[in-house]
Design a protein around this ligand. Structure first.
Ligand code: AMP
Ligand code: ZN
Length: 141
């Protein structure tokens, strides 16, 4: 039986305690439509077991979850003739996570101005010693 967290809305959806528009379900994963969709077809892929965010999900489950997200993305792009899809996950409040149970967003895109704004504006003014930075990161992977 997957571990749940008290008062977690996605644990409740995974349990069937709260209803959702389910697109896919197996023993480990559930996917359903987002209640406040950014675009038509905006879906969430969730592990049934509670993990706070992507950083804590075991390797086999992360693979399963992204595989389901890919399938939903493929299905929706062809069904809705979408022009693209964003498949993303937010980890931590600073990254925009509001529900602290791991989930992947699948957001079909119809137009660059259809609601989702992702900007990669370079804002880093601090200069890093890049070889040192690369080495530090590599050592921890
Ligand atoms: P995030 O900001 O990445 O944590 O995304 C959380 C998402 O969960 C938002 O897009 C919400 O609209 C969605 N959400 C919150 N509660 C529900 C719910 N009961 N059913 C479906 N989606 C939900
Ligand atoms: Zn949970």
């Amino acid at each position: 039986m997957a571990k749940k967290k008290e008062n977690c809305i996605f644990c409740k959806i995974a349990n069937g305690e709260i209803s959702s528009n389910i697109l896919y379900e197996d023993e480990d994963i559930i996917a359903f439509l987002d209640a406040s969709p950014t675009t038509k077809g905006h879906a969430l892929v969730v592990t049934k077991e509670h993990f706070d965010n992507v950083l804590y999900v075991p390797k086999d489950l992360i693979g399963k979850a992204f595989s389901v997200a890919q399938k939903i993305g493929q299905a929706e792009v062809s069904l809705f003739d979408a022009k693209g899809v964003n498949i993303l996950t937010n980890a931590g409040e600073a990254a925009g996570q509001t529900v602290m149970h791991f989930h992947i967003h699948v957001i079909p895109r119809y137009d660059p101005n259809d609601g989702l704004q992702i900007g990669f504006t370079p804002k880093m003014i601090e200069k890093f010693d890049l070889p040192v930075l690369v080495n530090e990161i590599k050592k921890r992977i």
